[in-house]
Design a binder for this molecule. Sequence first.
Ligand code: MIG
Length: 800
Amino acid sequence: MDKLRSIVLAIRALGIKNVLWTLVASLYRDWWNLRYWQGWRKKPVYHTGTIVTTRFSERGGRFGFGEGSLDVTFLQEDIVRITWQPGTPPIPYALAQVDWPMVRVDTESLDDGWVLKSSEVSVHVHQNGDIDFLDPKGRILRSEAAPMRIGEAWEQRSWMRPDERVYGLGERAAPLNRRGRKYRMWNREVGGIYGANDDPLYVSIPVYLGIHMDGSYLIFYENSSRGEFAFVADSYATFRFESGMLRYYFCPGPVQRAFKNYLRLTGEPPLPPKWALGYHQSRWGYKSEQDIREVIEGFRNHRLPLSAIHLDIDYMDGYRVFTIDRTRFPNLVELTEELRQDNIRVVAILDPGIKVDSAYSVYNEGVEDGMVLTLPNNKPVRARVWPGWCVFPDFTSEKTREWWARQYVSLLNEGISGIWHDMNEPATFAAWGEPTLPYATRYAMDGRGGNHIEGNNLYGLLMNRAGFDALQRFRPNRRPWILSRSGWAGMQRFAWNWTGDVETSWEALRQTLLVMLGLSLSGIPFTGSDIGGFTGDPDAELFLRWFELATFTPFFRGHSAIGTQRREPWVYGEEATNIVREYLNLRYALMPYIYTAAWQVHHDAVPMMRPLFWLDEKDENLLAIEDEYLFGDALLLAPVLEQGASARSVYLPSGSWYSYWDDQWYEGNKTYRIEAPLGRLPLFVRAGSVLPVEEDNQLVLHLYAPSTDTEEANISLLYSDAGDGYRESRLDRFTVFWEKSDLVVDMQHQGQYRMPYEKMVLKLHGLTAESAQVALSHRPVTENVIELPALQSLKIFVKK
Ligand code: MIG
């Protein structure tokens, strides 16, 4: 069914001629793959054997085995790098540059092998090559069997506890807990549509969090080769990579610390420009300036706020990257400038494929200067994509990255604010088999050489790196913003992500929440989905439920495929438009809070979307919940994901919570049935929080009273700056606690940025105040609102 549907879609989108060429392209790919294929020859299998030599250094040690060697290196007290050789070392594209501190590692010899130990982890290397990782109390966090080498490939097993849960692996249309399935490590274009259970998708990342009774840990395999992770057996998991050395990093839990260390290793996401957190409108099918103006007009007429509009592939001249179709966009600079006056940014799509066309400079330069991927016969590899036959930049070459980056100037000159990287798995059109390049395709690998088996998964990452560098270099006073479909470990340093061509269905909506949470836990916190699904026509209910959810995701964009019905927020009639408007306004009102959450990602290495177990990874109740999540520090969401539902059950974690809509108070650690008619997404605020909201030029600090028996203080943050660039900023910190019968708000600030608000007020929820004392002076309280002289360091005493 799906297959047929995608064929029909393909013919419709591509035209019959292109489809025929796609057949040719698929044959060409297969022909090269056959030549590359080494036959069914049995590959030799090597077992490590036992330790024969040892050598210890400050950070760890090296163990020579009968076959191969093992290096254990502590980068930090709580980050251990393991390297099994032989095999080609990875080029550290995934890694951020970090000066690792000195670590003290103790070494101890045992009857069975050696223990290397920091204050946070012990690594027990057994005589036979098995490895245990233990916490300081001696509890085993992870046990591995000695790996095996099969030809060029590595295969490893680790033992799984019955209760062990596994999270991460990148973008997966699977349950959040990945146990019970197999996952391919291979970035793949899903062919225009995917639903629950399709694997792999566009972003596969060999990183995961393991959580079990005795603790938790994170493992990251720094190996971009094609591989597979299987969590199907009851008692063990299997990891396979087709080439390269077996290098991985072990970080002990708790998950928050392990996650932080993973981002230290692979890089924290930079602070995005504030506009990127607003609403984006897109559609594959806005083809001309006229189309764009009509859409903008629609937003204006319906009084819907908008921050960005996206140009899909039709803005280009014959799909040639870095060109503009001047009949459709006669004056793009003027358009972008005009929209800029209204605070609307224009984002343009870029595909990596370069049209084969001898009259096209990008093609000529790319080929003449050896900047495109080649085959073993030294000829550029070709494949079909939108422009017809294409060649592909080799982003594993610094020279190519620089050259490619320079091309962005042409888009910047048109006033384009953000760049949208599509098709960078890399994707090609295929009539059958994998929509990718031949495996023998050669990559520069910055000097050492490699093939597509290793290069495929790096392609998006490095395209993003080139694009990010371009925006940083050629527009230095503004923050780069790139949206990318594909990537690998470390892509968060350069780009945001969206979840690609997800189908339009209720099941896909449910799945998409998990995809986004899974990405967040894989170190890609800035993600979002096409509202309503990419490839179909949602009815108003599905559209609105998707919209409700998307309002509380980092990337908030409406997008749809060509050939689908129009899906601007007002096409569903007035009632639906009113709901959309309410959510859009809510998103913009919450911007101070959302921006702060985005800053926390960058500064504190916490995802914006967090599963409930983020609060307590030992709590089985929280671990079991996959359809609720936290958005920043203060908000809990329980989206409605079922057709026809007008209520749902919601588990609230410990502490207490308020309904955002009516201030209803709920005690935590309990499940409730919550009314949730269309337009009423169950949304809760954690008691004790200060939720900063922007309302008509005012900053309203909504204070949700902690319950009177709470002894701890609750800290909320507010980060502010000009929204772009790199100038002053400020951080306000609100500490809320009870002092006898006074509720105290201790406000502290640092930083020079001046708030743009005309007025600032504190609004109380969950208690009725009689009077207040701000700094030393008495203040009236009217309808639970206290006016603040300024946001400065002061104490407020609220008297009941
Ligand atoms: O082959 O540019 O996922 O968002 O609209 C399809 C056209 C290419 C796939 C992207 C989608 C985009 C579409 N692209």
